[in-house]
Design a protein around this ligand. Structure first.
Ligand code: GDP
Ligand code: IMO
Ligand code: MG
Length: 443
């Protein structure tokens, strides 16, 4: 005790990295529990920007145990690249631990992710093409290569051969492609993985027991979600989802802890909404306001650089996320991006194809695809809020906007972001009772 889970409450890129970095100061361990390098988490420290795809967002604090849990899919070359970058920047990476049971993203997973998207044509999901889906598919089919396998040549080769067998037909075009062929060669893959394994050996560990030690000593373990609720493979907008469970419940499975180890769950949401990749997005804006949010919010993917689709905040989806994740508190980020708008729209319900309105998130795909937001309008503000450090510094209209969100979602807001810097995060008074983790002096 205690365990704090921080998850995305929308479609990803809500600013989870920033919130985790801020809370990591109090934590002993920071744990990624699902996803892979499809994630892109940005932290801005003293004006310097760090982007992490696999390494947990606590790594900037020397001495913290930063864990890549068993539920994560690991591309070892990406992980080593990130670690090399951190070492070059003079940062201490000795606390980084990788679960021996985490699954490895292989070159053939990346090829299959490309081929799957190509086959879907214009119905493509818009994956990050990092091999995430094919890797989780192999895990479920019991054909996966695990981190521990990188340490044993005999086992490794046997497992790669078994994994390649059912994929031969699909991989054939890639094996003939000079750009892919060397990466898909069995001998080359085995050698590369052994080299990666050798380099990673000192980081490979029984990570669950490390987390138990933290929790049993009464220290804070932070569970850092990647992707987000609406991209959850079971509860999101299937099939336009990722291949893991980014919801809070998955922290237990993906880290190896029990449900009683979790004391608090926070959901991170932007003051508006974005989505990258295809799929239903009922509050999407196709006009100049959408462009303005993209420009002001720098809404371009951290991982792929794609422009993010932008829209108004969606309280139907947010209420669903609150219930699904049992959120104790919300963190609202990027409030500063709304500055300058005369009015701000908030989606409070959906209108379906039959013109009827409803307030709960539809479980049926066809209903969701046709749903459009129904809005209430709130007054905007024009004051620059990036220098605000307490709730009282915010203009009344911004405070009213936050109060409206908290009231209509039924969940208190614990922190508000007014800029990318770690000092630009306000602890709210209203959220004081929602979290035991608020430092006594206002940060
Ligand atoms: P994550 O994937 O949830 O960690 O989020 P990303 O890092 O992909 O995207 C969030 C972006 O918003 C990053 O560039 C952050 O630096 C930035 N950001 C986070 N919080 C705020 C905020 O309150 N205001 C502004 N303007 N930017 C923010
Ligand atoms: P963070 O952790 C936003 C999206 C992709 C695509 C879908 C499936 O930075 O919030 P995948 O490669 O996972 O098979 O792609 O999921 N997606 C994300 N969108 N933020 C992310 O991560 C995402 N990770 C995956 O764009 O629509
Ligand atoms: Mg991101």
């Amino acid at each position: 005790m205690p365990g704090l889970v921080i998850v995305g409450a929308q479609w990803g890129d809500e600013g989870k990295g920033k919130v985790v970095d801020l809370m990591a100061e109090q934590a002993d361990a920071v744990v990624r529990f699902q996803g892979g390098n499809n994630a892109g988490h940005t932290i801005v420290r003293d004006g310097e920007e760090f982007k992490f795809h696999l390494v947990p967002s606590g790594i900037l604090y020397p001495g913290k145990t930063c864990i890549i849990g068993n539920g994560v899919v690991v591309d070892p070359s990406v992980l080593l690249g990130e670690l090399d970058g951190l070492s070059r920047a003079g940062l201490d990476i000795s606390g980084l631990k990788v679960s021996a049971n985490a699954h490895v993203i292989m070159p053939y997973h990346i090829a299959l992710d490309h081929s799957g998207e190509a086959r879907l044509g214009k119905n493509e999901i818009g994956t990050t093409k990092r091999g995430i889906g094919p890797c989780y598919a192999d895990k479920a089919a019991r054909l996966g290569i695990r981190v521990q396998d990188m340490l044993d040549e005999k086992i490794l080769k046997k497992k790669i051969m078994a994994a390649l067998e059912p994929k031969q037909l699909m991989l054939r075009p890639y094996e003939r492609d000079p750009a892919w062929a060397p990466r898909l060669d069995l001998q080359q893959m085995t050698e590369d993985l052994l080299t990666f394994g050798h380099r990673l050996e000192k980081h490979i560990a029984d990570t669950s027991s490390l987390i138990w030690k933290t929790l049993d000593a009464g220290k804070l373990a932070l569970f850092e979600g990647a992707q987000a609720t609406m991209l959850d493979i079971d509860h999101g907008t299937y099939p336009f989802v990722t291949s893991s469970n980014p919801v809070s419940g998955a922290a237990t499975i993906g880290a190896g802890v029990g449900i009683h180890d979790i004391d608090e769950v926070w959901g991170v949401a932007k003051a508006y909404a974005t989505r990258v990749g295809a799929g239903p997005f009922p509050t999407e804006l196709f006009d100049a306001t959408g462009d303005l949010l993209r420009e002001n919010g720098h809404e371009f993917g951290t991982t792929t650089g794609r422009p993010r689709r932008c829209g108004w905040i969606d309280l139907v989806a947010l209420r669903y996320a609150c219930r699904l994740n049992t959120l104790d508190a919300l963190v609202i980020t990027k409030l500063d991006v709304l500055t300058g708008l005369d009015t701000i729209k908030v989606c409070t319900e959906y209108r379906g194809a039959d013109d009827a309105t409803f307030e709960t998130f539809p479980y049926h795909q066809s209903v969701l695809h046709r749903a459009r937001g129904v809005y209430e309008e709130l007054p905007g503000w024009s004051e620059d809020i990036t220098g605000c450090r307490t709730e009282a510094d915010l203009p009344q209209a911004a405070r009213d906007y936050l109060a409206f969100l908290a009231e209509r979602v039924g969940t208190p807001i614990v922190q508000v972001g007014v800029g990318p810097g770690r000092e630009q995060q306000i602890w709210t008074e209203s959220g004081q009772t929602a979290s035991k983790l608020r430092p006594t002096a206002n940060a």
